[in-house]
Design a binder for this molecule. Structure first.
Ligand SMILES: [Ca+2]
Length: 238
């Protein structure tokens, strides 16, 4: 008669979901040890293949202003400096993912030392973000490194004339998403401690899905899967 043995396993994924369970395998009486060993090695091999992806790190800087994100649900409040009457608000009218984005009016709002932020960029070198510009000639985002300004991306005109990397010649009139390697674009060995949202002109800029990830694929895959979900919901609602 065949008995069954099992191997208990537990894996913790990026968003702290625990995947656990038991993997059963037959316990043969004849030559049992070798067969058992084969199954154990096979199961461990599969788990080791899954593990690197499961343990890869994702830091959600901003998506839905959730308590689990970098600013613990107070992303807009984190921008304590405002130029030219700039305001930062959570917008549900515009979003790239989920139900909301963050909207910044000209010229810019910033904080180089956000509460609780100190993200080692060597661990999560890839930054994914989406933005959309309402009017004007340019849009910019600035990343503070260890309290210092700044590493910058912009599209359209360089509205500030500060050094930065131009992503597109035109402003993003509709949502555009990017996944960039911060260590290649700027430098290694720094901590992300703050951001500046710099729409500068026009009515303002929307920013959404600002995440840091260990791999490029991870940043892109998460965004794609979220978009797919959004698309599915859109189709269902029609
Ligand atoms: Ca969002």
């Amino acid at each position: 008669m065949l008995k069954r043995s099992y191997l208990r396993f537990g894996l913790k994924s990026n968003n702290n979901k625990v995947i656990s369970g038991k993997i059963f395998f037959p316990d043969f009486n004849e030559g049992g040890f070798k067969v058992k060993l084969f199954f154990v090695v096979a199961v461990l091999s599969v788990l080791l293949m899954i593990a690197p992806a499961s343990f890869a790190k994702i830091v959600v800087i901003f998506d839905e202003n959730a308590a689990t994100e970098a600013s613990a649900g107070k992303f807009a409040e984190g921008f304590v400096s405002h130029d030219a009457g700039s305001t930062v608000t959570i917008s549900t009218a515009q979003k790239f993912t989920g139900k909301s984005s963050v909207f910044c009016t000209p010229s810019q709002s910033y904080n180089n030392n956000m509460t609780g932020w100190k993200f080692p960029i060597n661990e999560t070198p890839w930054m994914t973000f989406a933005w959309k510009k309402d009017g004007g000639t340019g849009i910019m985002i600035q990343m503070a490194y260890d309290g210092t300004w700044a590493y910058r991306y912009y599209s359209g005109a360089n509205v500030t004339n500060w050094p930065g990397i131009q992503l597109e010649k035109e402003i993003p009139k509709d949502w555009k998403v990017y996944t960039r390697d911060l260590t290649k674009d700027f430098a290694k060995d720094w901590n992300l401690t703050g951001l500046a949202l710099t729409p500068w002109d026009g009515n303002g800029g929307y920013y959404d899905y600002i995440i840091l990830s260990t791999t490029e694929a991870e940043g892109k895959t998460v965004v794609q899967s979220l978009n797919k979900l959004t698309t599915t919901w859109g189709l269902m609602k029609r």
